[in-house]
Design a protein around this ligand. Structure first.
Ligand SMILES: *Cc1c(COP(=O)(O)O)cnc(C)c1O
Length: 229
């Protein structure tokens, strides 16, 4: 086994263990491979092992990879901060955008998504534990944003995305509670099926609390070297 295979098997096993422990169905927890700063060759190797969903944070880097990996059937997720002037590329090239935290962003993505494409999947990013430096809307804003965004065409509002402070596992339960509460505000409640939370260091706690999509970078690809980007 090479190191990618080993890392991939370890992460899959960890997800499986966390599901057993938390009495979760393994099929209800997806793995998103977070590949920011890693070269296309690394994504290609991971793809060969069976991983098809990849998350990227930086638009230009992501567009370059999308271009060079266009022969693969990758499901591309944008998990970075969404800038208002960058929505067009996101609407055109991605299957999912996790970092939506304002109505204007959703409105632009909806307007820029071609109706001939599948609807763009959206998660609303919530600053669940009131961090000062973090993006995301406030928990109190979620109900109204869900009510408004779920009416927009060319989008599917799938759920919430959170990035709690390190070791703040209570935030995962708070996110789960909020997730269950707001379903009723949704124009298409059956679309509301995704709780995007958990990273390399806290995926067990996130799964225990109800995560349906863990976003894993370091545990799959190794440490990130920002000087290379
Ligand atoms: C980088 C990143 C991840 C992956 O983090 P790791 O600790 O490397 O697993 C997950 N989610 C978001 C939003 C990120 O920016």
């Amino acid at each position: 086994m090479n190191s990618f295979q080993q890392a991939y098997q370890t992460v899959l096993q960890q997800i499986q263990n966390a599901c057993e422990k938390g009495q979760r169905n393994l099929n209800d927890v997806q793995l998103l491979a977070v590949s920011k700063t890693h070269p296309s060759t690394a994504l290609r190797e991971m793809y060969t092992l069976g991983q098809h969903a990849f998350g990227e944070n930086y638009l230009q880097e992501a567009l370059d990879k999308i271009e060079s990996l266009q022969d693969l059937e990758i499901e591309w997720h944008f998990i970075g901060h969404v800038q208002r002037n960058k929505t067009k590329h996101l609407a055109e090239k991605f299957a999912w955008v996790h970092g939506v935290d304002r109505f204007i962003i959703a409105e632009r993505l909806s307007a820029q998504r071609l109706s001939t494409h599948a609807p763009l999947n959206i998660c609303l990013q919530v600053n669940i534990d009131g961090q000062e430096s973090k993006d995301g809307c406030q928990p109190a804003e979620v109900a109204e944003l869900v009510a408004k965004i779920s009416q927009l065409p060319n989008l599917r509002l799938r759920g919430l995305m959170v990035i709690p402070a390190p070791n703040h596992t209570q935030a995962f339960s708070d996110a789960k509670t909020l997730f269950e509460q707001v379903k009723a505000q949704h124009a298409h409640p059956d679309d509301w099926d995704t709780l995007s939370m958990g990273m390399s260091s806290d995926l067990d706690a996130a799964i225990a609390a109800g995560s349906t999509m863990v976003r894993i970078g370091t545990a799959l690809f190794g440490a990130r070297d920002y000087s290379q980007t």
